[in-house]
Design a protein around this ligand. Structure first.
Ligand SMILES: COc1ccc(-c2cc(=O)c3c(O)c(OC)c(OC)c(O)c3o2)cc1
Ligand SMILES: O=C(O)CCC(=O)C(=O)O
Ligand SMILES: [Fe+2]
Length: 362
C-alpha cells in the first residue's frame, strides 16, 4: 500500500473531477465575527425545520461487529433488520483503537480552530469537490447549510489530491492515514456481513465492486443563535454503498427519517454510525433503504462529524441483483446506471432529500 508520501511520484491526470459549486461564505467565520446574525439565506421554512413530536423517540439498532465476525446468527439477523427497517445502525466492538478515534477528533478540532487564512490555503476550487469549503451549492437563491466542510478522497491512493490535506496540526496526515485504514477494514468487514444477509458469499460484494473509492467529509457545525430556523446539513440520502460516521460523543445533531418522523441519533461513546447508501438500495432492489437524514444545530456547542463514504469507482455499473427480484418486488425497480454518472447527476443539483435517486428509477 502506498502512503500520503507518494505526493511526488504520482501525477494528478487520472484523478476524477466532480461538479462545480458556487462560492459561499464561511459559516464559522460569520459566527465568529457576529454571533447573533443569521442571514436570510440560511433561514428555512417551518416545514423544512419541522421537529419530531414524540417525547420518547426510538433508538436506532446497535450492531456488535465482533459478534458478527464470530458468526453469530442472531447478530446477522439484527443487521438484516437494521438495513431493511432502519437504513441506519450504530456499530460497537468494531476494533478501532480508542486512541485513533480520539486523535482523529483532536486533529480535526485543531484544524477548524486555525485562522481562516490558514484553512483557506486548502480552499475547494469552484470546479471540484475536494478541499475546504462547500459542495452542492448550485444556485444563488438556494438556501444554505449552517456548516463548513473539508472533503478529501482517501482511496485509491492515486486519487489523493495532497494539496488539500492539512499539514497543520502537525500530526493531521498520519492520524488521518491510521483512521482511514481502520475505516476501510471496518467497511470491508461490514460489507462482508451485508453480503451474507443478502444471501451471497461473504466476499461477493467485494468481487462485485472491485476496487473502491473512500472519501471523507469532515463537517463543522458552528453554534447558531436561531437553531430552530436553520439546518446544519439539508435532508439527503448518501450516494455511497455505505457511509461510516464518527460523531462527537457530546453533541447531538444527526436526525434520520423513520416512520414519517425525524429521529435523533443519540451518540454512543466510541460507536460508529453506519448508513445504507443509494448503491446498496439499488443492488437490493429497494429491500435495504438509503434513508434521508439531516443535521440540526444548537446554540451552545459546535459539532464536528467525520463521514467516510465508501463507493464504487466511476465506471462501475449499478443495477438490482437478479435474486433480489422476488414476490414482494416482482420487477427491477432501478435501471442500470454508471456510478460516475449517478454521482455527478446528484452533485449537479441541489440535494433535496432523495430526488436525485429518480435518475436511476426504472
Ligand atoms: C446536503 O448535504 C450533503 C449532501 C450529500 C452528501 C454526500 C453524500 C455522499 O454519499 C457522497 C459520496 O458518496 C461521495 O463519494 C462518492 C462524495 O464525493 C466525495 C460526496 O461528496 C458525497 O456527499 C453530503 C452532504
Ligand atoms: O454530521 C452528521 O452527523 C451527518 C453528516 C452527513 O450526513 C454527511 O456528511 O453526509
Ligand atoms: Fe449524509
Amino acid at each position: 500500500m502506498g502512503s500520503y508520501m507518494d505526493e511526488n511520484i504520482i501525477g494528478e491526470d487520472d484523478i476524477p473531477t466532480y461538479a462545480a459549486s458556487l462560492l459561499v461564505p464561511n459559516v464559522q467565520e460569520m459566527v465568529r465575527k457576529n454571533p447573533l446574525e443569521v442571514p436570510q439565506r440560511y433561514i428555512r421554512t417551518q416545514e423544512d425545520v419541522a421537529k419530531i413530536n414524540c417525547i420518547l423517540s426510538p433508538e436506532i439498532p446497535t450492531i456488535d461487529l465482533s459478534s458478527l465476525l464470530g458468526g453469530c446468527r442472531d447478530e446477522l439477523e439484527k443487521l438484516h433488520e437494521a438495513c431493511q427497517d432502519w437504513g441506519f445502525f450504530q456499530v460497537v466492538n468494531h476494533g478501532m483503537p480508542r486512541q485513533v478515534m480520539r486523535a482523529m477528533n483532536e486533529v480535526t478540532a485543531q484544524f477548524f480552530d486555525l485562522p481562516l487564512e490558514e484553512k483557506n490555503k486548502l480552499s475547494m476550487p469552484s470546479d471540484d469537490i475536494q478541499g475546504y469549503g462547500h459542495a452542492y451549492v448550485v444556485s444563488e437563491d438556494q438556501k444554505l447549510d449552517w456548516s463548513d466542510a473539508l472533503i478529501l478522497i482517501i482511496y485509491p491512493n492515486h486519487f489523493r489530491r495532497l494539496k488539500y490535506w492539512p499539514t497543520s496540526p502537525e500530526h493531521f496526515r498520519e492520524t488521518l492515514e491510521s483512521y482511514s485504514s481502520e475505516i476501510r477494514r471496518i467497511g470491508d468487514e461490514l460489507m462482508g456481513s451485508v453480503a451474507l444477509t443478502m444471501g451471497l458469499d461473504k466476499d461477493a460484494m467485494l468481487k462485485l465492486h472491485g476496487d473502491l473509492l473512500q472519501a471523507l467529509r469532515v463537517n463543522y457545525y458552528p453554534t447558531c443563535q436561531k437553531p430552530d430556523e436553520v439546518v446544519g446539513v439539508s435532508p439527503h440520502s448518501d450516494t455511497s454503498i455505505i457511509t461510516i460516521l464518527l460523531q462527537s460523543d457530546e453533541t447531538e445533531g444527526l436526525q434520520i427519517q423513520h416512520d414519517g418522523m425525524w429521529i435523533p441519533v443519540k451518540p454512543i461513546p466510541d460507536a460508529l454510525v453506519v448508513n445504507v447508501g443509494d448503491v446498496l438500495e439499488i443492488w437490493t432492489n429497494g429491500k435495504y433503504k438509503s434513508i434521508e437524514h439531516r443535521v440540526v444545530t444548537n446554540e451552545k456547542k459546535p459539532r464536528i462529524s467525520l463521514a467516510s463514504f465508501i463507493a464504487p469507482l466511476d465506471d462501475m455499473e449499478i443495477e438490482p441483483l437478479d435474486h433480489m427480484v422476488d414476490q414482494e418486488r416482482p420487477c427491477k425497480m432501478y435501471k442500470k446506471v454508471k456510478y460516475g454518472e449517478y454521482l455527478r447527476h446528484s452533485m449537479n443539483r441541489k440535494m433535496e432529500g432523495k430526488a436525485h435517486t429518480q435518475m436511476a428509477k426504472a
